[in-house]
Design a binder for this molecule. Structure first.
Ligand SMILES: [Zn+2]
Length: 287
C-alpha cells in the first residue's frame, strides 16, 4: 500500500492506493496554513493501513531535484506562511521514503502512463485553475532541468483595450496573471463556465491561452497538450484555445498532428491525474 498527496492552492487530497496509480479511499480538505494542513495529512496516514512510501505533488515553486540541497522545500510562493516550508521534513515522522514533485509533473506522469499522453514520446500537461502550471513530459517522465518549468508565467501580448490588473505578484502580462481562475473572477466577477456562451470573456481567455499554447508549441514541439484544472472544465475551452493557438502561430511552426482535433485535449484521468501520478512516484521510490 502506498500513499499519495495532492497539495493544491485551495484544497488538499490524500489517498492510499497502488503503485499502478489505482486510487483507493481518500479524503479532501481545504488548504490552510502549513502546520495545520500537514497535521491533517499525517493524521490520515497514521490511521488505517500502513504505507510503504509516499508521493507528493505540490504547488510550486518547489525544489524537485533529488540533488538539490533544498529538495522538497517550497521556494518563493506568495502563499502566506508557506514560503520555505519543508515538505520532506514535515513528512519525515512517517518513516517511509517520500518522493516530491510539482502537482503538474505528477499529473503529467499519470497521463503519460495511463491517460491522454500514453504512447507518445513527448507531451505537455497544463493546468488552468487557481494558477497556471505546466509539465513537459518526455519518454514518460518530466524532462530534466535545473528546476521545474514555470509555463504559467510566460509573457503574453494583451488584447487591445485590456487594462485589467494582473493577479500575478510578479508580472503584469503573464498567462497566470491574465487568464487563471482568480484572473477570470477579477475580470468578470464569475467563473468562466458561469459566463453565457456568447460572452466576449470566453473569447478573451481563449485568446490568452492560445498564445500560451503557441509559445509551448514553438519552444517544445509536443505531440499533444493536455489541459486540466477548474477553468478547463468550461465547455468548448479546449477547442477554442486550440483554434486561438493556430491563429497565433499564423501558419508557422506547424508539424504533423498539431492542427488535428486530438492535439489539445482534457485529461483522460480527469481530476485524479495528480493523485494517480503521486502513487506512481511512490511506487518508484518504495524500498
Ligand atoms: Zn506571473
Amino acid at each position: 500500500m502506498l500513499g499519495a498527496v495532492e497539495l493544491g492552492g485551495t484544497k488538499i487530497r490524500v489517498a492510499r492506493g497502488g503503485g499502478d496509480g489505482r486510487i483507493e479511499a481518500g479524503e479532501t480538505f481545504a488548504t490552510v496554513g502549513p502546520d495545520e494542513s500537514f497535521a491533517r495529512i499525517l493524521d490520515f496516514f497514521r490511521g488505517g493501513s500502513p504505507i510503504d512510501a509516499i508521493g507528493i505533488g505540490a504547488f510550486g515553486p518547489v525544489a524537485v531535484g533529488r540533488g538539490d540541497a533544498d529538495y522538497g522545500r517550497l521556494r518563493g510562493t506568495p502563499k502566506p506562511g508557506w514560503r520555505d516550508f519543508d515538505i520532506g521534513a514535515a513528512m519525515g515522522s512517517l518513516g517511509v521514503p517520500v518522493a516530491i514533485d510539482t502537482d503538474v509533473n505528477a499529473a503529467g506522469r499519470a497521463e503519460a502512463a495511463l491517460g491522454a499522453l500514453a504512447g507518445l514520446d513527448s507531451g505537455i500537461y497544463l493546468t488552468v485553475g487557481t494558477g497556471i502550471g505546466g509539465a513537459l513530459i518526455v519518454g514518460g517522465s518530466p524532462a530534466p532541468g535545473a528546476s521545474h518549468p514555470e509555463m504559467g508565467h510566460v509573457a503574453l501580448v494583451r488584447a487591445p483595450g485590456d487594462d485589467c490588473p494582473s493577479v500575478c505578484t510578479w508580472h503584469q502580462n503573464c498567462a497566470e496573471g491574465l487568464a487563471s481562475g482568480p484572473a477570470i473572477e477579477r475580470r468578470f466577477g464569475a467563473s468562466l463556465s458561469a459566463l453565457p456562451d456568447g460572452h466576449p470573456g470566453r473569447a478573451l481567455i481563449a485568446f490568452y491561452l492560445g498564445q500560451l499554447l503557441a509559445s509551448l508549441v514553438l519552444a517544445a514541439a509536443p505531440r499533444r497538450i493536455v489541459i486540466g484544472g477548474g477553468v478547463a472544465k468550461t465547455p468548448g475551452l479546449h477547442e477554442r484555445a486550440h483554434a486561438a493557438m493556430l491563429r497565433s502561430l499564423n501558419g508557422y511552426g506547424l508539424y504533423p498532428g498539431v492542427e488535428g482535433p486530438d492535439f489539445v485535449v482534457p485529461p483522460a484521468l480527469g481530476d485524479d491525474a495528480g493523485l494517480a501520478g503521486a502513487l506512481l512516484m511512490a511506487g518508484a521510490c518504495r524500498p
